[in-house]
Every structure is written in structure tokens, then in C-alpha cells.
Design a protein around this ligand. Structure first.
Ligand code: NAD
Length: 349
């Protein structure tokens, strides 16, 4: 399979590119604008592979995307490029509207033009896979899980922009017959995670002896999925998903934010003890995120039963692997922390 992956220099996109090239021997073209969140070093393991190619381009640039499709002749597009950080969407929603909505519209139109020009066999096999988030479903109370049929109820500029893009993708399926599949996934964590997000931020602040910020009381709940499990789910869906269908992806690993941070502290206390005291002493409660969703939790039964996917890591094994990775790979994160993002608070509105 020849796949165009958009946003392949990002956290999840790079895991998808590595999995496709290393484990599936697929040809991959990574189409990425290299925004602040794009880190080409995340592709180091595959950058010299003859199966891998990189093109710097903006998903909003129709001419550039159309030229890449015409030249590369992909069998599938996996569309991950997006602005992805809720806090940044509070500070500046404009790029979220532009990249997540207009960018997805542009990708859909380029895919439709390209697909219309394919031979019958290739046309039938082509897939446009849109990668989205569980945040489109809004916020849960103490009980219940997000299912594929849960009504959309986004609350942040980020989740609203992703919800819009999901609706566009569904419209292109129903109106134009474009062969699409959609996935909505819970919070990811793992290696190569940009250190603005909770887990890498806490690991690196702890190593720097800086405060470990917890929004509000730390009782918001997220359902954590190891990024490599997500990458495998995405490849299963693009290869075998039913056209026009949505698949929820999640690892059944609900934790409060406080539990997540305390777990990281305990593992670091064991792997890299401080000279005195526990890393928990660095925990600092700060003003909550405006509109902070209380709880997300995914029901991934459809993906598990129909496509046979199952998460291989649970939170306890995955978080330990992740922390060890950050301890072993400061070549990757140190230039980011010393350059474009050093951990300052974002999204206070
Ligand atoms: P990320 O922020 O780490 O990476 C985004 C990538 O997209 C970067 O490489 C960036 O350079 C690129 N990009 C941004 N704007 C672009 C543009 N206009 N044109 C081309 N490239 C552009 O994001 P991520 O965490 O890897 O998320 C990837 C996708 O998965 C997103 O669509 C996100 O909504 C979705 N998602 C993320 C999570 C999560 O926990 N991180 C969970 C569910 C779904």
C-alpha cells in the first residue's frame, strides 16, 4: 500500500509512519507543514528507508496537495495534520479553524479530484481516513462511555474544529461517495510526545526540578492510550474498516489527572531519585482550564470485535516505558525545551 500521511512529523503521525514503514513495509509520503509541533527528528528511524519520503506542504494549499497526489499516486490518505492542543486553541482559535476545518476541506477536495481520475480497480481500493478525537463528544458525568452513536457536543475551540472536520468528511461520503473511514480516539501518550501536553510536560518539569502544574483539583478524568496501540488501530481501520463508518479507539485506562501525575512521580522516584524528597513535593495546583471537560471514556467494542484490534499496553506498563524513553532520549526533547517551548502556562483565556 502507498499511503500519504498528513501531519507525519507530529506525535501520532510519526508513530503511524514508523509503524507503516517498519512493521508493514508500506510506502509512505509524509506531508507536513512543520509547524511548532512538527519534529522531523521523530522520523529518524525511517528517514533513510527507500519506503519513506517527506514533502513539506500545508494541507490548506490545494495546488501543493493536488501536485503531491498526482505525482505520488497514493492508495490511501491518512489525515492527521491538525492543530492539536486545547490550551493553544483557547489562546488563538484562528489557526485551528484554518488547519482543522479549511485544511480538512482542502484535503477532501483534492482527494475527490484525484479519486475521480483513478481507474476502476484503484478507485475501489482508495481510502480517505480522517483521524479525530473523542473530545468531539463533549464531557461525560461519572458514568457511561462514548460510543460511535454518542451525539456530538464539543466544548473547546479545538474540539469544535475537529467536530466540524468530522462532519465535512461524513458529508463528502454521503454526497460524493468518497470512500472514507473515521476514527475518534482518546488521549494518547508515549515517546516523541511534544512537551506541551500533560504527561511529557510533567516528566520534563520533574527532571528540571520545576513545579508540576495540575489544573483545578486534578479530578478531571482521561482515558489513556499508548500511541503505538493507536497507530496499529489506525492501520487496521484504513486497511479493513467499513466505508463511511466511525470507529472509536481507546484503551480502557481511565485515570484522574492527579493519579497520572502521582504515578509519574512514583516511577521517577524509583528510576531517577531526587537528592531529597519525592517528586510529588513539586506538585502545584493552578487555576483550572476554562471550560475543562470533566471526563472522557471510550467504548472501543466495535473496533475490537469487528477488526480484532486490542490495546497491548495498559497504563501501568505504557507510562513506565514512556518515562524510560524520556530518560534515554534527551537528544530529542532538550532542543525543544531550550528552544520553541520551555513549559510556560498556556490557555488561561
Ligand atoms: P501534533 O500536534 O503532535 O502534530 C500535528 C502535526 O501536524 C505536526 O507535525 C504539524 O507540523 C502538522 N501540521 C499542523 N498544521 C499543518 C498544516 N496546515 N499542514 C500540514 N501539516 C500541519 O498532533 P498529534 O497529537 O499527533 O495529533 C494528530 C491527530 O490526531 C490530530 O488530528 C488530532 O486531532 C488527533 N488526535 C490526537 C489525540 C492526542 O491525544 N494527541 C487524540 C485523539 C486524536
Amino acid at each position: 500500500m502507498k499511503v500519504v500521511v498528513t501531519g507525519g512529523a507530529g506525535f501520532i503521525g510519526s508513530a503511524v509512519c514508523r509503524h507503516l514503514v517498519k512493521d508493514k513495509a508500506c510506502e509512505v509520503l509524509n506531508l507536513d507543514k512543520l509547524t511548532y509541533a512538527g519534529v522531523p527528528e521523530s522520523l529518524k528511524e525511517i528517514e533513510d528507508s527507500p519506503l519513506y519520503r517527506f514533502e513539506k506542504a500545508d494541507v490548506c494549499d490545494k495546488t501543493a496537495v493536488a501536485a503531491i497526489f498526482a505525482d505520488y499516486q497514493p492508495d490511501a490518505v491518512m489525515h492527521l495534520a491538525a492543530e492539536s492542543h486545547v490550551d493553544r486553541s483557547i489562546d488563538g482559535p484562528a489557526t485551528f479553524i484554518e488547519t482543522n476545518i479549511v485544511g480538512t476541506y482542502t484535503m477532501l477536495e483534492c482527494a475527490r479530484d484525484y479519486w475521480n481520475g483513478l481507474s476502476e480497480g484503484k478507485k475501489e481500493r482508495f481510502r480517505f481516513h480522517h483521524i479525530s478525537t473523542d473530545e468531539v463528544y463533549g464531557s461525560l458525568g461519572d458514568d457511561g462511555l462514548f460510543e460511535e452513536t454518542t451525539p456530538y457536543d464539543p466544548r473547546s475551540p479545538y474540539s469544535a474544529s475537529k467536530a466540524s472536520s468530522d462532519h465535512l468528511v461524513k458529508a463528502w461520503f454521503h454526497t460524493y461517495g468518497l470512500p472514507v473511514v473515521i476514527t475518534n480516539c482518546s488521549n494518547n501518550y508515549g515517546p516523541y510526545h511534544f512537551p506541551e501536553k500533560l504527561i511529557p510536560l510533567v516528566i520534563l518539569n520533574a527532571l528540571d526540578e520545576k513545579p508540576l502544574p495540575i489544573y483545578g483539583k486534578g479530578d478531571n478524568i482521561r482515558d489513556w492510550l499508548y500511541v503505538e496501540d493507536h497507530a496499529k488501530a489506525l492501520v487496521a481501520v484504513v486497511a479493513s474498516g467499513e466505508l463511511g463508518e466511525t470507529y472509536n479507539v481507546g484503551g480502557r485506562n481511565e485515570r484522574t489527572n492527579l493519579e497520572v501525575v502521582e504515578t509519574i512521580c512514583s516511577i521517577l522516584d524509583e528510576l531517577r531519585p531526587r537528592t531529597e524528597g519525592s517528586y510529588k513535593d513539586l506538585i502545584t495546583f493552578v487555576a483550572d482550564r476554562p471550560g475543562h471537560d470533566a471526563r472522557y471514556a471510550i467504548d472501543a467494542t466495535k473496533l475490537e470485535t469487528e477488526l480484532g484490534w486490542k490495546a497491548q499496553e495498559n497504563f501501568d506498563t505504557g507510562i513506565r516505558r514512556t518515562i524510560q524513553w524520556y530518560l534515554d532520549n534527551d537528544w530529542w526533547w532538550r532542543p525543544i525545551r531550550e528552544g520553541r517551548y520551555s513549559g510556560e502556562r498556556l490557555g488561561k483565556a
